[in-house]
Design a protein around this ligand. Structure first.
Ligand SMILES: O=C(O)[C@H](O)COP(=O)(O)O
Length: 345
């Protein structure tokens, strides 16, 4: 059933067709978005290069490439005026979520939380790869956490974007910072993408586990205990934040600051963290506190939502929120899950 929708590889896949294929998990690799000349509709173009799996755990791998699909370059559509700015009248907006690429402490298997650690070389590559996958989707606003690994990911991803707009970090921490970072050219402003950094999108604070090795912690306190700290919804690690606590600030920020941008038709990218994004996805997909436990996010894999008429519609994620599973199924994630399983059993 899921495969049926993707048997039309080049045609625009209508949102409800994708969503109606219950039971399917799928990952989007590259999606192109085009506003039609009247600016009233967004077409998402996907093409399929393979499906596998059966029964409840049916995965579709979707890959669109310039050679396969009629990928529309938004830069060259008639919509665009001389400044490259799209005149979008549609009330639809795209929301891209991406977990930062691998950090130096992910590599060392250390609890990181709010410690501000940069990306590894692999993380840099993952961020660039993420950028390639979303390079055709116009981005109007970027939100990142206050942490460098999310900011690096957003910036590196944008180096791949076809529009070549310049992401510019907003400095609103003081009046002076605001004044000193002003831009005095309207034209230059149009070629820029504001990047808003917010601590509320930070990774959940891991308390006294920060800096500890995950394996050594499991050996010391027991696998079950560590699993509770890492994946329960409302039990915090010692002096840290539970997912519930993290969700409180991340989702409030999303509702207060990001949703209004989407409502006004702006396409938004959020580069953040495993747990701040899990809590935002929990809100978007109305997952229960039980369902969110089995949600794992891979590093550097963008996920796409369409915001339309006040509702969020998933793209490149499981169709049914009741399905336990992953939103971005990759080899990396499979390895990660395997390690986790080995650690816990
Ligand atoms: O903070 C960390 O250590 C990781 O980014 C997320 O860790 P987790 O998989 O234990 O939630």
């Amino acid at each position: 059933m899921a495969a049926a929708a993707f048997h039309q590889p080049v045609a625009a896949v209508q949102s409800n067709r994708v969503l109606n294929n219950s039971g399917a998990h799928y990952e989007f690799r590259n999606v192109s978005m085009r506003l039609n000349p009247k600016g009233s509709k967004v077409n998402i173009q996907l093409s399929r290069n393979g499906t596998y799996g059966s029964g409840k755990r049916n995965f579709c791998l979707i890959q669109a490439s310039a050679s396969q699909a009629s990928v529309v370059d938004p830069v060259s559509t008639p919509l665009n005026n001389s400044t490259g700015e799209s005149k979008k009248k549609s009330n639809e907006a795209a929301l891209i979520l991406v977990r930062h690429g691998e950090s130096l402490w992910n590599e060392k298997n250390l609890f990181t939380g709010c410690v501000d650690v940069p990306l590894t070389k692999k993380g840099v590559e993952e961020a660039i790869e993420a950028g390639k996958r979303i390079s055709n989707i116009p981005v109007d606003m970027i939100y990142t956490s206050a942490l460098i690994r999310a900011q690096m990911t957003a910036m590196l991803a944008m180096t791949q974007h076809r529009r070549r707009k310049v992401p510019i970090v907003m400095h609103n921490e003081s009046e002076l910072a605001k004044t000193w970072s002003q831009i005095f050219s309207e034209e230059t402003m149009k070629q820029s993408i504001p990047v808003v950094t917010a601590w509320q999108l930070n990774e959940r604070m891991y308390g006294e586990l920060q800096g500890l090795n995950k394996q050594e912690t499991a050996d010391r306190y027991g696998k079950e205990q560590v699993h509770v700290w890492r994946r329960s919804y409302d039990i915090p690690p010692p002096n840290g934040e539970s997912l519930e606590m993290c969700a409180k600030r991340a989702v409030a920020y999303f509702k207060d600051h990001i949703e209004p941008q989407l409502q006004s038709g702006k396409n938004v990218m959020i580069a953040a963290h495993g747990n701040s994004l899990r809590s935002i996805i929990m809100y978007l997909d109305k997952l229960t506190s039980q369902e969110v436990i089995s949600l794992e996010l891979s590093t550097g894999i963008p996920m796409l939502y369409i915001f339309k008429e006040g509702k969020f519609m998933r793209r490149g994620s499981p169709v049914a929120p009741t399905e336990a599973g992953v939103y971005a199924y990759t080899r990396n994630l499979a390895q990660y899950r395997q390690k986790l399983d080995e650690m816990l059993h």
